[in-house]
Design a protein around this ligand. Structure first.
Ligand SMILES: [Zn+2]
Length: 293
């Protein structure tokens, strides 16, 4: 079996939230001119059938098309690019969540994602208090600029997807069930009447620069969200009672930096708190368990 690959994919804010909520598990992307050309070569070489005008893809060619999908094959992974920002001080120097200057190390900077922030007073962005990727944000607001999703580096991504299936389809062959899975509803009964689902999806498609009426061939990429393997990161924070950052991430869990017997020795205390930066989902459930009565 070939090795699983990892590629970036862009989503807008509403779709990011639908993925985070588990409502969105499929995305459609129009075939590029290049992909259509590649299929054309396949036809010339007698390796596949032409894409049929009626949209009924020949079963013997479905796999051939899928192999050409630029987003990957089942088992491959997609890391999501979204609009984000790194927090900085008045001089524009990055700071971490404890307001410590992080000169020259953007990875250590506190990071916010626009899809998880809402606009509050004076048009400033409110950083959610309960965000799982940061410890304490009471009354914090953001007035800086955002970095467009296209410029998000791999290390700043918080969402990893695993492709579960890939196929080629005509856009307008989408079903109501698939429209729900595109992130528009938890159930078809949220659409009244049910056929309104098609208008809603056409609107979504057109809002991202597509043309519903043109009925293009699309890649249908189904996916599930997966957690990145906890490799450990540069996270630093206050978790063990000190007035300075006293926690260090080791393999996705926090350890008390003050718990070694000798300088540089092994850390003896910790390992129970999931890292909020690289083990975010576990950290979120750790926090919510702590809130149970
Ligand atoms: Zn970490």
């Amino acid at each position: 079996m070939p090795e699983a690959k990892e590629r970036p994919i862009l989503f807008n804010g509403p779709m990011i939230n639908a993925v985070l909520d588990g409502v969105k598990t499929v995305t459609r992307r129009a075939l590029s001119a290049r992909s259509l050309k590649e299929i054309g070569y396949g036809v010339q070489l007698g390796e596949c059938h032409e894409l049929p005008a009626d949209g009924q893809v020949h079963p013997n060619s479905a796999n051939y098309y899928a192999e050409l999908c630029p987003f990957g094959l089942p088992g491959d992974r997609l890391w999501v690019r979204e609009t984000f920002a790194l927090l900085g001080n008045e001089d524009g120097v990055c700071v971490d969540w404890n307001d410590q200057v992080q000169k020259g190390d953007e990875r250590r900077a506190a990071r916010i994602y626009r899809a998880s922030c809402s606009v509050g007073d004076y048009g400033l962005w409110q950083i959610p208090d309960q965000a799982d990727w940061k410890p304490d944000t009471k009354n914090l607001q953001y007035e800086g600029t955002w970095r467009p999703s296209i410029h998000m580096p791999r290390w700043a991504s918080r969402i990893l997807l695993e492709i579960t299936s890939v196929r080629v389809e005509l856009l307008q062959h989408i079903t109501i069930g698939q429209i729900c899975k595109e992130g528009l509803a938890r159930s078809m009964y949220e659409f009244k009447p049910v056929t309104q689902a098609f208008d809603a999806f056409a609107e979504l498609w057109n809002s991202t620069g597509g043309d519903w009426d043109a009925n293009p061939w699309v890649w249908v990429v189904e996916f599930k969200r997966v957690m990145a393997p906890a490799m450990g990161c540069n996270y630093q924070g206050r978790h063990f009672g000190a007035s300075y950052p006293d926690a260090q991430c080791v393999d996705g869990f926090l350890w008390d930096e003050d718990s070694c017997d000798e300088p540089g020795g092994p850390l003896l205390h910790g390992g129970d708190i999931p890292c909020p930066q690289c083990n975010t989902e576990a950290h979120a459930s750790y926090l919510s368990e702590g809130c149970q009565p």
